[in-house]
Design a protein around this ligand. Sequence first.
Ligand SMILES: NC(=O)c1ccc[n+]([C@@H]2O[C@H](COP(=O)([O-])OP(=O)(O)OC[C@H]3O[C@@H](n4cnc5c(N)ncnc54)[C@H](O)[C@@H]3O)[C@@H](O)[C@H]2O)c1
Length: 315
Amino acid sequence: MTEMILVIGANGQIGTELVTTLRAKYGHSQVVASDLHPPKNAGSNGPFEQASVTDAAAVRAIFEKYKPTQVYLLAAILSAAGEQKPKLAWDLNMNGLLNVLDLAVEFKVAKVFWPSSIAVFGPNSPKQNTPQYCVMDPNSVYGFSKLAGERWCEYYFEKYGLDVRSIRYPGLIGWKAAPGGGTTDYAVHIFHEALAKGEYQSFLSADTELPMMHMDDAIRATVSLMEAPAKSLTIRSSYNLAGVSFTPEQLNEEIKKHIPDFKLSYSDNDPRQAIADSWPKSIDDSQAQKDWGWKAEFDLPKLVEDMLLNLRKIK
Ligand SMILES: NC(=O)c1ccc[n+]([C@@H]2O[C@H](COP(=O)([O-])OP(=O)(O)OC[C@H]3O[C@@H](n4cnc5c(N)ncnc54)[C@H](O)[C@@H]3O)[C@@H](O)[C@H]2O)c1
């Protein structure tokens, strides 16, 4: 079957890299990028459609035009940004998903990918090696919109047979695109500032340990999950996924091995600290390992080396 792939929210931190990977794999004309905003690289090398995913009629027109066989829905308002605009975050994260799920059923889309997040966990979830199933009491709008989204995905799989696949991404760290307003953004900004100024002020405290992942691992996980045989998948809400967990201070120590004069300071009273404190420190992803052979490749030293190497090349 010739695939026609639609990526919604394609201009963001993940979409920028995912579209490139999918176009290399399936052909440029077979991957339609779509976003609320025009493409940053002038629609470079492939079809582009500008639309809001909350506009059901506009998204329907894109489905009618391209008849996608796979849809990746990445458009969302992230954790920190969502606390600034809670109702908008709920509207986009929920109604955008429902629009896509309904159209995917109607147009008989073969597979849908929708990312969840470690933000689905809350203050009463176990912090270490957080299991797939446990108490989940997220207290950010982003977190409970993702938890509700997971329930909807499983519901569409059970009721309508829609092949929806999902990952609870940890904080993602890549050098190609800027992060979009999450609680883990410090771990991307720190590299840019280390190279530009030799110093950075972290908005999270020195010992705030969070699950993170190099973007290459995240893209590889996403493509692997989408290529896995449907019968091997036992989770239709969203898979726990682990990369590497670290604190700002541990990241600081690793960066200093490359930039010895680097200075990291810390700010007080940033609202993102409360979100971070409610999240897991590390994740148990044994089900992803078992069902579709997941294994992360980047540890902290490799992640830091790769970020600095690539950012030095483009700066
Ligand atoms: N980046 C991370 O660390 C991370 C971690 C966990 C989960 N996720 C999830 O992965 C997905 C993508 O995240 P990202 O980091 O690339 O986000 P991002 O903020 O960088 O990108 C989101 C994109 O969606 C677009 N968008 C916003 N509103 C839209 C609308 N109404 N219609 C169409 N497009 C719209 C934005 O213009 C942007 O290009 C999100 O669902 C996010 O919750 C990301």
